[in-house]
Design a binder for this molecule. Structure first.
Ligand code: AMP
Ligand code: FES
Ligand code: ZN
Length: 321
């Protein structure tokens, strides 16, 4: 198999694009696609100050790496869920990337706040770990954006994540989530930051290849609590379809985007949405889930973030120009 661009031995075959590329041309191809996605869907614009939610996995470390290479200087934020070696290794990989990119990374340690890891926090409130974890992550990431003036929160969700979620929402006609599956969710009145997914047209396999070929050192293990059986099943079904009809996942997501009204608002939901009396975070009722959780554990102290400054040469605030 030869690289379609330079004729050297190819490193990866891309059946969805009916092509094969060597390492250098693949890296160029993928970064160009991310760049085109950012521009086409207005994910990050001039004057924006993006920050990347990094978990230590291939997708989020890669998107952080790509943004900085494409001229979108971005810092990082990591929520350390206190899951033993898994969380420690993730943080080590993130710190390493912060040094490589010379960017800042904020870390919030769940154990510093709750004096226990996410599994015990969840058990105490009778939730599964990932439900408590999702709630805490959303809150903390938004808080860093609002408190530290980052106006775009970037996540590493890829094509497989989005296609699997869309399939699940369609199968059960979950209207309340269905039309929210956008590559860009707009900000809300200074309370909720804009959220974007620059990798939503890049497959899991492409992202793994990008990370390996770019020498990105990421954590291979999945979070021990994040075994979402349904999502894995949907990914398996979509991979089978992709195998027999290359390009299926891309068509599925692109077809959806054509049909959805970008920025569609659910009026009913907008009406019921209020702001937390204590912290101002959007919620239903007078108190947000995070403030309820802190109250439940009798925690009154504020949230402190570790700030690791990988930017010894350039410590200015990142702004896209
Ligand atoms: P997941 O839901 O685990 O597939 O993660 C989706 C995206 O959320 C990742 O690509 C990251 O951008 C972000 N993310 C997940 N876990 C964390 C974490 N512990 N800290 C910061 N960001 C995270
Ligand atoms: Fe949610 Fe691990 S508990 S990702
Ligand atoms: Zn609150």
């Amino acid at each position: 198999m030869k690289c379609r661009v330079c004729g050297q031995e190819a490193s990866i075959g891309l059946r969805a694009y009916n092509t094969a590329l060597c390492a250098d041309d693949f890296i160029f191809f993928l970064e160009k696609r991310v760049s085109a996605t950012i521009r086409k869907y207005h994910l990050i614009e001039t004057g924006d100050t993006p920050i990347v939610a990094v978990s230590g996995g291939k997708d989020s470390l890669s998107v952080w790496h790509i943004l900085n290479r494409l001229g979108y200087p971005a810092d990082g934020i990591y929520v350390d869920l206190g899951i033993g070696d898994y969380s420690r290794t993730s943080l080590a990989k993130i710190t390493q990337m912060a040094e490589k990119l010379q960017r800042k990374v904020y870390t919030l340690h769940v154990r510093d706040i709750f004096e226990r890891g996410i599994d015990e926090v969840a058990r105490a409130i009778r939730r599964v770990p990932c439900s408590a974890c999702g709630m805490i992550k959303r809150y903390v990431m938004n808080k860093v954006c609002i408190d530290r003036d980052y106006n775009v929160l970037v996540t590493g969700h890829n094509l497989d994540d989005e296609a699997a979620a869309l399939l699940g929402n369609l199968l059960y006609w979950k209207d309340e989530y269905l039309w929210k599956k956008s590559p860009s969710l707009e900000s809300r009145d200074g309370h909720l930051s804009k959220k974007v997914k620059p990798l939503f047209l890049c497959s899991e396999r492409e992202m793994a290849a990008y990370a390996v070929l770019s020498g990105i050192d990421y954590i291979y293990e999945e979070c021990p609590f994040s075994v979402d059986a349904k999502s894995l099943e949907y990914k398996g079904i979509l991979n089978n379809l992709e195998e027999s009809s290359p390009g299926t996942k891309l068509q599925f997501i692109k077809g959806y985007l054509k049909r959805m009204k970008v920025g569609k608002k659910n009026d009913e939901e907008e009406r019921d949405m209020a702001y937390c009396d204590t912290c101002g975070y959007p919620c239903y009722g007078d108190k947000c889930n995070m403030c309820r959780l802190l109250e439940r554990f009798h925690i009154e102290k504020g949230m402190d973030f570790d700030e690791y400054d990988g930017s010894s040469l350039d410590s200015t605030r990142p702004m896209v120009t």
